[in-house]
Write a protein that binds this ligand. Structure first.
Ligand code: HAM
Length: 419
């Protein structure tokens, strides 16, 4: 029986890896310029963390989690996202005693049992960050600007930003009543999950994938019309801050986000190139999450970007990533004595950080030349008896065919700086 990768998972092949490395490095570089440090969190966590953190009326928790019992009888879940784990770590490691804002970024895999389609997988990657301790809209503006700077660095100047405010628990209470009044007459036409959400969390009804096209969902009241004075002021601050630094946005009252922890600011960077949902990056504020997971009352905000969707967008825009040639030279040998010198020369080059390759397949001299020609390695040189005697080789640049005579001992100096 042929064994294939599980549905919804993908291999990232070595030939594509340079794009991932370029994106990872750019994201980390941008985060560092804002004072964020990387955090690594476990791939699996106690299932309760996501039930309490992400919310047990969300699709993610109700339908999409990879949950299993481990051999010790614990309920374990592969992380469907990074925020809950980072918040757990923040509390568990006493980071509230650090000077705020406490800022962390991450580069993770995440797992959701979703219907697989373009841009939607069961194992996927996220670049994300979380920031704790700052309540005012300035940090909301700043984290949105991180995404903006990252996109621009990667050559994308105009990814559309949608923003909204979904208020605090006090505006939400009034809004929930309005939503219930709206949905009550339509309840029997709605899916079983929505009927269940009606009492527990009516906001989730307007985010339901099953009922999304129903008129009653489309005509539901909008949270932004129910904001209390403080939430409205916060949202005004966000808009003003974005205007001040020249980041364009559209207010989209329909953004509610698929996870329960959000309060006030929510935002998404969207594009039609990345599949039906169209969201490359989503995030927002979660001022109640740290407390609900057992920590002190602490405001928080963050976002996560789907790396596969980011790369899909880059490809649709024809953005080229620099493919670094880690291996700079191929040394072809004409004899056994040459092979020994090549092995020693390669070892010396690698100690100096210069990438090189030698024959490891027992290829004939002709076959080595053919391999070097096809390999994409930028330089090659042949070592035979003459070169052994003179200690000099002719280094050929594969791009333009030019040759330079170089002493074997000077090869590292010749090649360094040519990358
Ligand atoms: P999310 O909107 O669920 O938010 O996911 C963030 C991004 O991950 C999405 O915009 C999308 O690009 C990508 N993504 C989600 N599901 C899939 C999938 N099945 N296949 C491929 N890509 C996917 C969060 O995860 C929040 N933790 C973000 C956050 C951080 N909010 C505050 N802090």
């Amino acid at each position: 029986m042929k064994i294939t990768a599980p549905k919804g998972t993908r291999d990232i092949l070595p030939s594509d890896m340079y794009k991932w490395h370029a994106a990872q490095k750019a994201f980390a570089d941008v985060c560092h310029t804002y004072g964020y440090e990387e955090i690594r969190i476990p791939t699996f966590e106690d299932t309760n963390l996501f039930q309490r953190g992400v919310g047990d009326t969300t699709d993610v928790v109700q339908k999409e989690m990879y949950t299993f019992e481990d051999k010790g009888g614990r309920s374990i879940t592969l992380r469907p996202e990074g925020t809950a784990g980072v918040v757990r770590s923040y509390i568990e490691n006493g980071m509230m005693s650090l000077p705020g804002p406490v800022r962390m970024f991450y580069d993770i895999t995440a797992f959701r049992y979703e219907n697989v389609q373009k841009g939607r997988y069961r194992e996927f990657h996220q670049f994300g960050l979380e920031s704790f301790g700052s309540a005012g809209p300035a940090i909301d503006v700043e984290i949105i600007s991180i995404v903006d700077v990252f996109f621009r660095k990667m050559g994308m100047d105009d990814v559309k930003l949608h923003i909204n405010s979904i208020g605090c628990p006090s505006c939400r209470a009034k809004y929930n009543e309005a939503l219930k009044d709206h949905f009550r007459p339509h309840l029997d036409t709605m899916c079983a999950d929505c009927r269940n959400r009606f009492d527990r969390n009516p906001l989730r009804m307007i985010d339901c994938k099953v009922d999304a096209d129903k008129d009653c969902v489309k005509s539901a009241p909008r949270l932004i019309d129910y904001l209390c004075d403080e939430c409205r002021e916060h949202f005004e601050g966000l808009k003003k801050g974005l205007d001040e630094i020249g980041i364009g946005y559209e207010i989209d009252p329909n953004i509610v986000r698929g996870l329960d922890y959000y309060t006030r600011t929510v935002f998404e960077f969207v594009s039609e190139n990345v599949g039906t949902q169209g969201t490359i990056c989503g995030g927002g504020r979660y001022d109640g999450l740290v407390e609900s997971l057992g920590g002190p009352s602490t405001p928080g905000i963050g976002f996560a970007m789907g790396v596969e969707r980011f790369l899909m967008e880059a490809e649709a825009r024809g953005i080229e990533f620099k493919n670094p040639h880690y291996v700079q030279i191929y040394l072809a040998g004409m004899s056994e004595a040459a092979s020994s010198l090549i092995a020693k020369t390669c070892h010396d080059l690698r100690l100096k950080g210069i990438g090189c390759e030698q024959d490891l397949m027992g290829r004939s001299f002709r076959a080595q030349m053919k391999y070097a020609g096809k390999s994409g390695i930028p330089y090659m040189a042949v070592i035979g008896d003459d070169e052994i005697a003179s200690g000099e080789i002719r280094v050929k640049c594969m791009e333009d065919g030019s040759e330079t005579v170089v002493k074997i001992g000077d090869l590292a100096g010749f090649l360094s700086g040519k990358q």
